[in-house]
Design a protein around this ligand. Sequence first.
Ligand SMILES: Cc1ncc(C[n+]2csc(CCOP(=O)(O)OP(=O)(O)O)c2C)c(N)n1
Ligand SMILES: [Mg+2]
Length: 578
Amino acid sequence: MAEAALKTAETGPTEERELTDGFHLIIEALKLNGLNTIYGVPGIPITDFGRMAQAEGIRVISFRHEQNAGYAASIAGFLTKKPGVCLTVSAPGFLNGLTALAHATTNCFPMILISGSSEREIVDLQQGDYEEMDQLAIAKPLCKAAFRVLHAADIGIGVARAIRAAASGRPGGVYLDLPAKLFGQVMDAEAGKKSLVKVIDAAPAQIPAPDAVKRALDVLKSAKRPLIILGKGAAYAQADDAIRSLVEKSGIPFLPMSMGKGLLPDTHPQCAGAARSTVLAQSDVVMLIGARLNWLLSHGKGKTWGTEPKKFIQLDIEPKEMDSNVEIVAPVVGDIGSCVSALLQGMGGNWSAPPAEWTSSVSAKREENIAKMAPRLMNNNSPMDYHGALGVLRTIIKERPDAILVNEGANTLDLARGIIDMYKPRKRIDVGTWGIMGIGMGYSIAAAIETGKPVLAVEGDSAFGFSGMEVETICRYNLPVCIVIFNNDGIYRGTDVNNVSADPAPTVFVKGSRYDKMIEAFGGVGVNATSPDALKRAVNEAMDSGKPTLINAVLDPGAGSESGRIGNLNPQSKIRKK
Ligand SMILES: Cc1ncc(C[n+]2csc(CCOP(=O)(O)OP(=O)(O)O)c2C)c(N)n1
Ligand SMILES: [Mg+2]
């Protein structure tokens, strides 16, 4: 087909024919499929492509580093269910974007990394082209699918395949390789138009089998101490009403995973977030909804899960997920919306609530833990500790439940996740499955662009450093992002000392750094806050004004603990010199 189309362009009737080219066809293919925003970094061979896309009405958000653009695209995919698009230059730019593509795949976010690449003939003979790299081969093992388009007439199909691969089934990252020559390739405009493909129903519903639904309900009915776990897959599904109905109709305590928070408010009477260890250890039947039994849930076994025998029901779109770590007695395979609706329907009108003994013991534990925490959240210590600072931010989110909370760090992450209650779905976005540092500014930018809502980014000082240069991007696009840096002078703590040489210890940074000065360089608002009261004033002001703001929250350098809540994952040396 590609050959034929080219031929027509070359040998068609002698009268003037209207022509199109790769640049225009890619832009039209994206627009036809509702992909109206590109996150990227310009350079050869995609600089003009970015300009032309902008001229054609696509929003082109230009970053300072591809990794941040990639994270932005990945979270745009999570928030919208449409693949987020990241655009990079060849070789180094591509590699910079690749971490985010792999991250999207691991986290099941739909994303397309479009990268320009160098000339195939030279790359394949390894003759040393400008930015030479066999990008397709490198991308393949790190994403869900990878495609290359060589002919302008195949752009429509190439983009369609990328969209479908990213969004359907379990979503993930897709790589689309576009060699430099393709952009300028000319073909007949009419044939070009006809070659474009509108993807119909990119993520078709996958209805669970009735037997599977019945099996799950039978197991659930038999439970004495049931628990529902809501993962980010449940949040992604945008089946918010059905999920809420299922949880409420069942009367079962629920535990939200980090990005599942807010599907039902953390203050909901059935929320077991503040009684996590109790419900994991004591439950007898656990229904996982869009949550995987990976390390974040201790693989479904071991001490965390107690000594009671467990039965697992799992709702997931990916059949391979079943039995990944432990036996799943009732697998329900389908998209979360369809699975939840089928369960709801199967429950009928007179579903009996779990034994009151169980639900009241969970509530009692939860109230006890919340009461224990309360006074710590009200302290006004200066320098601040995590609880004092987070107590303030918790109130701010309560008063602004529509704001998006971005969160990364170690202590800054683990404590914020526990302390800041969420009230609405998909309002908390964080380090995800990998516990990755560096998502902060990319996520903040995409969240602001995609949702139009104010963003509060709560960042460890180390975590912020991975994407800090994007504060210029935030200022350039004048985005309503308020960054709060929990500055404890380092990674986990700022108190480590190297007793052997003049070099600082590997976990500490310059003491007393003033991150707030960074944003002032680009015209944003910088604030140095040394007490919870000052922090509260500054954040409220930023959220009200919508002005790009960076608050350096001065924390006690000794306040954190090693690796936050996951210090147990550090390998130990038995022969370490003391
Ligand atoms: C890409 C990446 N590199 C390194 C790490 C290891 N790591 C985990 S948490 C962390 C930083 C923690 O310090 P900070 O953000 O200041 O949070 P704090 O505990 O001090 O509040 C690092 C470097 C990681 N998770 N991801
Ligand atoms: Mg720190």
